[in-house]
Design a protein around this ligand. Structure first.
Ligand SMILES: NC(=O)c1ccc[n+]([C@@H]2O[C@H](COP(=O)([O-])OP(=O)(O)OC[C@H]3O[C@@H](n4cnc5c(N)ncnc54)[C@H](O)[C@@H]3O)[C@@H](O)[C@H]2O)c1
Length: 334
């Protein structure tokens, strides 16, 4: 039996991961920690809460984390906790560096003091920075970090801290950098649930003026399977990219959603880009595929259809969250 401390467990990917892990590893124990910021929803864990230990806590609280690691004899830490919204980072950068960099360092320090079998860091493609729309290449695990936004820079900082603890103290670390996720339980400030929930309310879809900027999309369950592969078969000290190779621009996303819901294209409206809006990120995930045998199983068309259906069927989940995000997509205009 393995005991996992999953941080950021009440967020989008964290809650999907806890549910996935308990489903595939029913004998394991999960301590689910979350600070319950505006983006954290304990309801995301409601159907599985009886099978986990939920802790309302902050990764920056090193003493508390140390006690939790000892009390629950944690074997594996999986760190999802972060301030995660690029748009909010522009108006509140301090929160991002505080949680993403110093919070991760506090978690690392607790893990090093108590000792764990694995510290796994959840990172993003965005640490590599902007990619040209015509670039025929893709970021590899050896590409330089060139972040251009407070969110990306703070995530880069946390990855550097994780690697430093691996090299300096021998902490058994692994890192996954993943492309854009989509799926159920994603807070409706992020583009896909933002568009779907606005469309369901008959409201306009705010597209950044750079409508051809694109992202690589992966269903959240395929991300969870990749983390599982790295925890079970990955090599300590290594970084693995997680991506589908499937890119779609923002206008395509809007069209898919409006088409699925039978709504008119006139709901698309253009808003100014946020500052330093990266055009594109694309990951080369061949290392994960070749070394660990992972590949995505959910096609973008099927995943989007199911995701749109999930929001349509779960209005009671998203309705109370509307207006809870501290930022709108036009916050930097004034
Ligand atoms: N969503 C994506 O497309 C994507 C892609 C690649 C990587 N990631 C990374 O995956 C992780 C999870 O992202 P998400 O989309 O689920 O984000 P999210 O915002 O939905 O969830 C983050 C969770 O962390 C919690 N949290 C924030 N500060 C905390 C603190 N100081 N202590 C404890 N908990 C805290 C929040 O309450 C929230 O529940 C992040 O590290 C993010 O950078 C996300």
């Amino acid at each position: 039996m393995t005991t996992l401390l999953v941080t950021g467990a009440a967020g989008f990917i964290g809650s999907n991961f806890v549910r996935y892990w308990l489903g595939t590893h029913p004998g394991d124990r999960v301590v689910a920690l979350d600070a319950l910021t505006y983006a954290g929803c304990r309801e995301n864990l409601a159907d599985i809460e009886a099978g986990i230990t939920f802790v309302h806590g902050d990764i920056r609280d090193r003493d508390r984390i140390e006690s939790l690691l000892r009390e629950h004899r944690v074997d594996v830490v999986v760190n999802f906790a972060a301030e995660s919204h690029n748009s909010l980072a522009i108006i509140r950068p301090g929160d991002f560096f505080s949680t993403n960099v110093m919070g991760t360092q506090a978690l690392l320090e607790a893990a090093r003091t108590v000792g764990v079998a694995r510290f796994h860091q959840i990172s993003t493609c965005e640490v590599y920075g902007d990619m040209d729309l015509d670039d025929p290449g893709a970021f590899t695990e050896d590409s330089p970090y060139l972040p251009r936004t407070p969110y990306n820079a703070a995530k880069a900082g946390s990855d550097h801290a994780v690697r430093a603890y691996g090299y300096t103290y021998g902490l058994p670390i692994t890192i996954t950098n993943c492309s854009n996720n989509y799926g159920p339980f994603q807070f409706p400030e992020k583009v896909i649930p933002l568009f779907v929930t606005r469309a369901l309310q008959g409201e306009s879809l705010p597209l950044y003026a750079s409508t051809k900027n694109r992202r690589e999309w992966l269903h959240v369950i395929d991300h969870c399977r990749a983390i599982e592969a790295v925890l079970e078969r990955g090599t300590v000290g290594e970084t693995y990219h997680v991506g589908s190779g499937i890119e779609a621009d923002i206008e395509t996303i809007a069209d898919m959603i409006l088409g699925e819901l039978g709504l008119p294209a006139s709901l698309k409206t253009i808003v100014p880009d946020r500052p330093s809006h990266d055009r594109r990120y694309l990951l080369d995930s061949s290392k994960l595929r070749t070394a660990l045998g992972w590949e995505p199983r959910i096609s973008f068309a099927d995943g989007m259809k199911a995701t749109i259906g999930w929001y349509r069927d779960n209005e009671s989940w998203w309705r109370p969250l509307i207006g809870r995000s501290p930022v709108t997509e036009t916050a930097w205009q004034s």
